[in-house]
Design a protein. Sequence first.
Length: 112
Amino acid sequence: MSDNTKLPTAAIGDYEMVLPFQAVGIKPFIMPVQEYEAFPSLIDRLAIENYAVVFVQEELFIAYKQKIEEINDNWSVSVIPIPGIRGSKGAGLAAIRSSVEKAVGMDILAVK
């Protein structure tokens, strides 16, 4: 049974990428490239504040992959990459593939 608790959701990235998320109730955190060094402390804060899902612009996801793995291992927040305006770099599929491989013990998503 659900206790009807609504946990917050966030999106982190460039203005153009995350501002539209606000229209559906997701809190945007605008982070231009020159402020990327602030990402580790922001993602820590969101984990501590019990955010359920954090969408992260793919460039940030790639740049801070180790930090995101640490957050996913130690907190209940789900950090999900979203492609940038210039298109996907494959980080989302790579993250899914890695998670499945950890869970199953082999890469069942590999193309044969």
